[in-house]
Ligand binder design. Structure first.
Ligand code: SAH
Length: 269
């Protein structure tokens, strides 16, 4: 797309593409917290938690550009363009994204627009949802006895028409983490089983991981579709598929406070 620039003057600011982690404010990196504390403008996604937004200085301009599943791609172009125009009027523009900006975060696309427009930038990584979920749900993603590798895939939209490597994903010695896959749980279940992954493979669906509202549901691959319809599954939610999930019962340590403090429920991400 064409980038609109103002004639006769260059951008004066810099854009910081910052990962906010999966929810728990303490999972923000020191660098992310420092960059946020000196921001002039912050463009943030729907996935960024309220506790993290509370770290933005009072005087900074805060712009919600949050997208949820189903938003149009035109919207993404608007966000890209807004980053460029903000860099003309603000010195330190922060683009704050849930998790890590380079994992299913469109961080790459946004930076490409900045490069085209000649805007300087830095990237601050964040803890991706898979890592946060794994730690807070007691599910190591690899383990010498159970999984020699881990694969992150997106389960978003039209999986049928995408070149999905189901054969590879069905490898029993590998952990599969599915982002944005809840609506396609039935298809994922059927494809993995028909490509040889056992229907008794343990699976977990974890909602709002690392927050006081975290919910973890454990079952088998043969039940994935029905587990995804459980009323405890709310967005955002991640699926972990593989033998490592069998460790969840013994390695759990995080006890979300939501069950005992109803007030915490209002503070949702
Ligand atoms: N860039 C982000 C991912 C964005 S895609 C990252 O690195 O984490 C959005 C998807 O991430 C959601 O649909 C969900 O599958 C997952 N996700 C993000 N935060 C989550 C959380 N707190 N708990 C469970 N899943 C989460």
């Amino acid at each position: 797309m064409d980038v609109v620039t103002l004639p006769g003057q260059g951008p004066k600011g810099k854009v910081f593409l910052v990962g906010a982690g999966p929810g728990d404010v303490e999972l923000l990196t020191l660098k992310a917290a420092r960059v946020l504390s000196t921001a002039d403008a912050v463009l943030y996604d729907a996935l960024v938690s309220d506790d993290i937004l509370a770290l933005i200085p009072e005087q900074a301009e805060k712009i919600a550009v949050g997208k949820r599943a189903g938003a149009h791609s035109a919207r993404q172009e608007e966000i890209n363009q807004l980053l460029v125009t903000k860099a003309y009027t603000r010195k330190r523009v922060v683009r704050l994204k849930g998790g890590d900006p380079f994992i299913f975060g469109r961080g790459g696309e946004e930076l490409q627009t900045l490069v085209e427009a000649g805007v300087e930038f830095e990237v601050v990584p964040g803890i991706t949802a898979a890592s946060g979920t794994s730690a807070y749900a007691g599910i190591p993603l690899t383990h010498r006895d159970f999984a020699q590798g881990v694969t992150f895939i997106t389960g978003h939209c039209q999986l049928e028409s995408r070149p999905m490597n189901w054969q590879g994903y069905a490898n029993p010695a590998n952990t599969l983490v599915v982002y944005m896959g809840i609506l396609n749980a039935g298809l994922i279940q059927r494809e993995l089983i028909s490509h040889g992954r056992g229907a008794d493979t343990p699976v977990a669906i974890v909602s709002k991981a690392t927050t006081a509202q975290q919910q973890r549901i454990v079952g088998t691959l043969g039940e994935l579709e029905s587990l995804a319809k459980d009323e405890r599954v709310v967005m955002p939610a991640l699926m972990i598929i593989g033998e490592v999930v069998s460790l969840a019962a013994s390695l759990s340590w995080f006890e979300p406070a939501a069950a005992s403090t109803p007030a915490a429920k209002q503070n949702s991400i």
